[in-house]
Design a protein around this ligand. Sequence first.
Ligand code: ADP
Length: 475
Amino acid sequence: MKSIKNKQLITVLCEPGDETLAVHNPATGQLLGHIPTQSEAEIQQAIAKSHLAQRQWRQKTAKERAVLLHRWFTLMIENQDDLATLMTLEQGKPRKEAAGEVAYGASFIEWFAEEAKRTYGETLPSPFADRRLITIRQPVGVACIITPWNFPIAMLTRKAGPALAAGCTVVAKPASQTPLCAYAVAELAYEAGIPRDVLQLVTHPSARAVGDIFCTSPLVRKISFTGSTQVGRQLMAQCADSVKRLSLELGGNAPFIVFEDAEIEKAVQGAVASKYRNAGQTCVCANRIFVQRGVYETFVSQLAKAVQQLKVGNGLDEGVAIGPVIDASAKAKINRLMHDAISHGARLVTGGEDREGLFVSPAVLADVRPEMAIAQEEVFGPIAPVICFDDEETLLTLANDTIFGLAAYFYSRDIGRIWRVAEALEYGMVGINEGMISTEVAPFGGVKQSGFGREGGRQGIDEYLDIKYLCMGGL
Ligand code: ADP
């Protein structure tokens, strides 16, 4: 990196005698380094500092905050290569995908630097001759952020970007598997001039203990979490006592639907992008691929052919499309779901061989039925379960038959069907003839037990603003 070297970062951050957290490379098992952990008292202190710092941070104009955020964005882009390498080392995704995530992550900083300048209030037509009614929007306060390992940079910036832009201060807990990326990005924020107390990272051996502190501290006004539905439910319950504002981006069970009138080649490309990116470890990954009977066999064989081209290996190696999965329990879950489906009659069309370490062969499973565990649970791995369907109505019932409602995708060229299906899918986001839908300009988020709140888009900053109504009388 221009300003901080990966190795230096690790040494600089760790004072001798600190409690530390070991970070490993999932591709090789190699120990990458240690980062310090904080005690519970230190995490409470971090929140107290954040609370104090917010008084000054909120006094800055949006434009002053935007100057710092723009510098942070520029530093991230200047360090894109090194951040990408660090990400591949600790998270495993192919280097090119990692570079894509750095750019995607940085884009939220740039976007919200600008959006903060447009947090307009309103003048309301008054029903009283002697009163004027106005709304203003103000930062919520201290925002605590908990992020997962699958997008170690983008999940942090997608939350910290709007929070800081709005005038909130941030205390963030990165996932224990991937803290190095978070620390590297935070160092760049400090170099850009963002005060250390305005953006703090904390780590602790117990994620639950951090969650407890965040959710119960009276100084914290907002929790933003991306991760499993199970943990999201728990955080929501814990926030009830102090009635905190919450944004939850939780699990998904995305249907990917191919109708008979679709362009099959495009649908195959979309399925590969949506299913196999990040080795299938994204919450918007296609989890159930529904294909209409008339094109079923053609689609399955074309998908299998495309999947056979995907090279598995260390994400640092040229041409690798599928890196390792994050840990042994992720691999065990993927294998369990795949073998369960096969034992219940699914057909393994390609892949599925056992591999060493944390690598999983990308696979296509045909003749999956909706009631199989693989179609009910989030697979989070490079296995595509394909289900055959006959008509649109039955398909919609099946597609919506889940507690989740994050992303859905479908391929069709019939304009009537496009509107019908897009409106009927009970999901927060729908890709129509497109498998990659994420961008900083659009609101990302789910419905049902996939959570609530939106990240990105002009809506993303609302999560960190309160509306205040002013009634001016005595005119
Ligand atoms: P994943 O399957 O992606 O690891 P988790 O929900 O377990 O999903 O983890 C997402 C983030 O939530 C990580 O930063 C993790 O450390 C944190 N986490 C896990 N359990 C808890 C908890 N009980 N309270 C607060 N945070 C938690």
